[in-house]
Write a protein of this length. Structure first.
Length: 188
């Protein structure tokens, strides 16, 4: 059985270390696991119920919902902005939470990970993302975590996929997420 994991990256910056961490997840995915980075988060307008209508929701939001809806699990890669997750990631969660009780995240295994410059690797932001995605209906994998500190120095000349410690931890995380997704699909 193949497992498809949608990866949402909360940083839009061209040289984002969280984007690089997501790229590492694509590269290091175990056999039978396909990690797909969801593109276009910058194009999704801020959530507004007035524009979230049955036959007229913005195309970028519809594409986001379809991509995540087709996935077996979700990875949220979150940097830390002022002690919390970036707005682009929170906005994606808001769009994916609708319609209430039947959004693309409903009962879907979700793991939150990331890297940040600080000594805790963005832990506060990741905790906030877990809280938000849980309230949005995702099945948060509370014990499946990866927070990589010191990103600016650690990844200055090394891609996360080439960092042996990060690669090992990321591979373990992907195996755990795939197992959760597989057990969820069997239970359904």
């Amino acid at each position: 059985m193949s497992v498809r994991i949608a990866a949402l990256v909360g940083s839009l910056r061209a040289g984002s270390h969280n984007r690089q961490l997501a790229e590492a997840a694509v590269k290091l995915a175990p056999a039978g696991v396909d990690v797909v980075i969801v593109e276009g988060l910058a194009d999704v307008p801020f959530y507004n119920e007035d524009i979230d209508v049955a036959d007229g929701a913005p195309a970028a939001a519809v594409a986001l919902r379809e991509t995540v809806g087709a996935a077996d699990a979700v990875l949220l890669f979150s940097p830390e902005y002022n002690g919390t997750m970036p707005a682009v990631l929170k906005n994606a969660i808001d769009w994916l939470s609708r319609p209430y009780g039947a959004g693309a995240l409903t009962a879907k295994p979700v793991a939150v990970l990331g890297t940040a410059y600080g000594q805790f690797g963005g832990l506060w932001a990741q905790d906030e993302a877990r809280k938000a995605v849980g309230i949005a209906g995702g099945a948060v994998l509370e014990e499946v975590k990866l927070s990589v500190p010191g990103s600016v120095v650690r990844f200055a000349e090394t891609h996360p996929a080439d960092d042996a410690e990060v690669a090992e931890q990321l591979t373990t995380l992907l195996t755990q997420v795939a197992a959760a997704a597989a057990s969820t699909s069997v239970a359904v």
